[in-house]
Ligand binder design. Structure first.
Ligand code: SF4
Length: 292
């Protein structure tokens, strides 16, 4: 089911040469009906009530988030943790560390995360970009306007929308929603959007739906003071330097929603088996599908 209406729009991006605005194509902007946006808001509130704040991302520095965002491509987080531990033990979990580490050494250390040759090269490419464009400063990098920085990240080898948005949101505290496989699966199983819907369409749906939540949160200070329902599992981490970093209410709501969705995907909405009977979203299922 897809109920969005469309409006033709021109899309602009950042010119990599002059940093000016340039037309990168024409497309359609989805104008989401209130019903779908309301559904997303309801899911957010239900999940936050059931699972509580998730404390994403588990990292002590912005650079650690960036490395984690690369390493988690096509692998489980437990493997990423081993690779990060190796880098930390070798005192290479920093831009300076990645810069000076010989490629073969970097490959050896991140091997547990899989695709280690490809990922080692990509980390080197990121640091070279950081040095070339921002004098090696993450502060200068993240001071860029969100849309421009997103375009720059997307132009780097090995960065797709999910990795770019993870870096923007969790390392830079930019208000961008991260769409992953779990998000697609839940939307499809609840009849909101097909699993193969374009990334940008899903991102726009969530960002539009959650913006009013952020406004009410900013007024009430609601985040972090949730009453938890008993028995539901999320993907919560212990508070970390990055999870407790200062950010806008909008970035916090996007941060939280992605973490909550990961919790549902990992614990209940699995690819081969949907454990709807135990899931906090069970009561929102369309009657014709998984509802028991
Ligand atoms: S497990 Fe069932 S109720 Fe939970 S999100 Fe998946 S389809 Fe929905």
């Amino acid at each position: 089911m897809h109920l969005g209406k469309f409006r033709r729009v021109r899309r602009y991006g950042c010119c990599p040469v002059c940093s000016g605005r340039r037309l990168i194509g024409e497309g359609v902007l989805t104008l989401w009906p209130d019903s779908q946006q309301r559904q997303i808001r309801t899911y957010y509130r239900a999940l936050l009530h059931s699972c509580g704040p998730q404390n994403w991302w588990p990292a002590e520095s912005r650079f650690e988030v960036i490395v984690g965002a690369y390493l988690t491509q096509n692998t489980a987080w437990t493997n990423v943790e081993k690779a990060l531990a190796n880098l930390r033990a070798a005192r290479l979990l920093s831009a300076e560390g990645i810069r000076r580490a010989p490629l073969a050494e970097l490959e050896r250390l991140i091997r547990p995360a899989g695709y280690f040759r490809q990922k080692a090269k990509r980390l080197k490419i990121f640091v070279a970009f950081l040095d070339r464009q921002y004098g090696g400063s993450l502060m200068r990098l993240f001071a860029r306007p969100t849309a421009k920085l997103r375009d720059e990240l997307l132009s780097l080898h090995g960065i797709g929308p999910e990795t770019a948005d993870s870096i923007l949101l969790y390392a830079g505290n930019h208000p961008v929603f991260v769409v992953d496989t779990y998000t697609r699966r839940i939307l499809a199983r609840h009849g909101i959007l097909p699993e193969a819907a374009p990334y940008e369409e899903i991102r726009e749906l969530f960002e539009g739906a959650l913006a009013p939540v952020a406004e009410s949160v900013a007024d009430s200070g609601e985040i972090g003071h949730q009453q938890l329902a008993a028995g539901f599992r999320g993907a919560a981490h212990p508070p970390s330097a990055m999870s407790t970093a200062k950010r806008t209410a909008l970035a916090q709501v996007y941060n939280e929603m992605h973490g909550l969705i990961v919790g549902v995907g990992k614990n209940y909405c699995r690819k081969s088996q949907a454990r709807c009977d135990e899931c906090p979203l069970q009561r929102f299922l369309p009657r014709s599908t998984y509802r028991s």
